[in-house]
Design a protein around this ligand. Structure first.
Ligand SMILES: *Cc1c(COP(=O)(O)O)cnc(C)c1O
Length: 218
């Protein structure tokens, strides 16, 4: 199956309110160009340097999503153009994004990453940290960022019940957060292996890589 065929097939499976982020990390610009030609305009990368190179090489109407863990000292490289930062998990990082956004007279949209998986290796806020952050005065004072929702990754397992439970948990946290913060609209959950489950649990944004571009050799 070609990239174009994969994209078309996946798109027919997505409800209208679910945004597809084509996760193109490690893939060459020619692959992204093929997806672009098939109409895809939202791409996700997990390394700022790689995303910036691809941003420079490709058409400017692409929305670039940073889906990986963000190092504060690299925020400046994506600040001029990034469309959505999924992996925000600290006030310190938000402050840096805010500062760099201000330099470019922009408002940068962000999602707060919540730790929902069983594995301890995955980044993200726990429930208490999330609730503390969203109700903090410090957050309210950052005028060049906007929190649009939450992002999470389920445990990498064949156990569907567990994955479903973790997605349900994220959606519950989203609903709670939405009673504290105005303007929340994005629940970013679901990857190649679990996006159908994620959608049935309320995802509004899926991040799909290998089912579009094929397996990654890293
Ligand atoms: C790589 C990655 C994806 C896409 O994974 P696939 O299994 O290839 O669809 C989604 N989200 C994040 C955060 C990733 O790092």
């Amino acid at each position: 199956m070609s990239i174009q065929q994969n994209l078309l097939r996946i798109k027919t499976e997505l409800p209208e309110n679910v945004t597809l982020v084509a996760v193109s990390k490690t893939k060459p610009v020619s692959d992204l160009q093929e997806a672009y030609s098939a109409g895809q305009r939202v791409f996700g990368e997990n390394k700022i340097q790689e995303m910036t190179q691809k941003h420079e090489a490709l058409p400017k109407d692409i929305a670039w999503h940073m889906i990986g863990h963000v190092q504060r000292n690299k925020v400046k490289y994506m600040a001029p153009y990034v469309s959505l930062v999924h992996g925000v998990d600290s006030l310190r990082l938000l402050k840096e994004i805010n500062k760099q956004a201000a330099k470019h007279e922009r408002t940068i949209d962000c999602l707060l990453q919540v730790h929902i998986a069983e594995e301890s290796t995955k980044f993200g806020l726990d429930e208490a940290e999330l609730l503390e952050l969203i109700s903090s005065d410090a957050l309210a004072s950052l005028s060049n960022i906007r929190i649009l929702g939450l992002m999470g990754m389920a445990t990498f397992t064949d156990n569907e019940d567990q994955v479903r439970r973790e997605f349900k948990h994220l959606k519950t946290l989203f609903d709670r957060a939405a009673t504290v913060l105005d303007g929340l609209e994005i629940v970013s959950m679901g990857m190649s292996g679990d996006y159908k489950l994620a959608i049935s649990e309320g995802s509004t944004m899926v991040r799909i890589g290998s089912s579009i571009f094929g397996t990654r050799n890293t």
